[in-house]
Design a protein around this ligand. Structure first.
Ligand SMILES: [Zn+2]
Length: 109
């Protein structure tokens, strides 16, 4: 049985796993105006896990607050989840992209 997918972290839309064929899956936002996806995976379970690794409640906060110290701390906390989805985030949110660069720069010091 399929696991429940979190809502889309960018628009709050409903998500679903899409099967290209046996052995090739993705999970994506069903909103036609958003459509963000997690790239391709080899298993349905893998697609679910990867989608749900993005914690929507944190990402929504990232979109709605300005750059400040707690913001950077928040992004540091979820950095593990971010790395895999960096490409998607860059595509979908330039503001978040800049924040992530700030976090990465901070951690390199
Ligand atoms: Zn979406």
């Amino acid at each position: 049985m399929a696991a429940e997918l979190f809502p889309c972290p960018f628009c709050g839309g409903e998500a679903e796993v899409y099967k290209f064929r046996v052995g090739l899956y993705t999970a994506h936002c069903k909103s036609r105006y958003c459509g963000v996806d997690i790239g391709k995976t080899k298993s349905e379970k893998g697609a679910e896990r990867r989608w749900n690794r993005r914690r929507p409640e944190l990402m929504v906060t990232a979109h709605s607050t300005s750059t400040n110290k707690s913001m950077l701390q928040l992004l540091s906390d979820i950095k593990g989840g971010i790395e895999e989805h960096l490409q998607v985030i860059i595509t979908k949110g330039d503001h978040v992209h800049r924040l992530i660069n700030a976090v990465i720069a901070q951690q390199q010091h």
